[in-house]
Design a protein around this ligand. Structure first.
Ligand SMILES: [Fe+2]
Ligand SMILES: [Fe+2]
Length: 155
């Protein structure tokens, strides 16, 4: 059985940490942009839209890389008992994808003069950032638990 000290597992864990740091950076930028400036300006809205578009594309690629040959497979290989947690995280990817793409479409159509829709979009952006942040923290927690179990420090 692959253990969590193998280069393959450590490389996948390092990739996950680096990737999550990048997602956190993008999250912080979007969180800042989700607060409409006084008087709301077109360039702010354009920037919010383009930043969310980049975030959406990045997160979809992030999910795919986690699933295909990424850390999810490594965790199951190292600790088959983690399979239900891996399945749950993969299922969250499935649910998050349409949430993200629906919000992107909603933001794309949003105009500066649609005050209520704009305010709703901004709240949704913050909500979605929260979902992704909690999801990513659960992933790191699972990788850490897998490693500690492997070292005989958990269970
Ligand atoms: Fe994930
Ligand atoms: Fe992740």
């Amino acid at each position: 059985m692959v253990n969590t000290r193998s280069p393959k597992f450590l490389e996948a864990a390092r990739w996950l940490l680096d990737e999550h740091r990048l997602v956190e950076k993008m999250t912080q930028e979007l969180e800042d942009l989700s607060h409409e400036p006084r008087g709301g300006r077109q360039e702010w809205l354009d920037r919010l839209k383009s930043t969310f578009e980049q975030f959406h594309a990045h997160v979809l690629r992030h999910f795919d890389l986690e699933e295909v040959g990424g850390y999810l497979a490594q965790v199951i290989e190292a600790r088959p008992t983690m399979a239900p947690r891996v399945d749950q995280l993969a299922d969250e990817h499935r649910q998050l994808k349409p949430i993200l793409s629906n919000l992107r479409a909603m933001l794309d159509d949003c105009r500066l003069e649609d005050r209520l829709v704009l305010s709703d979009c901004c709240s949704r952006v913050r909500m979605v950032l929260g979902y992704i942040d909690r999801h990513d923290k659960r992933e790191i927690g699972m990788v850490l638990d897998t490693h500690l179990t492997d070292l005989g420090m958990a269970d």
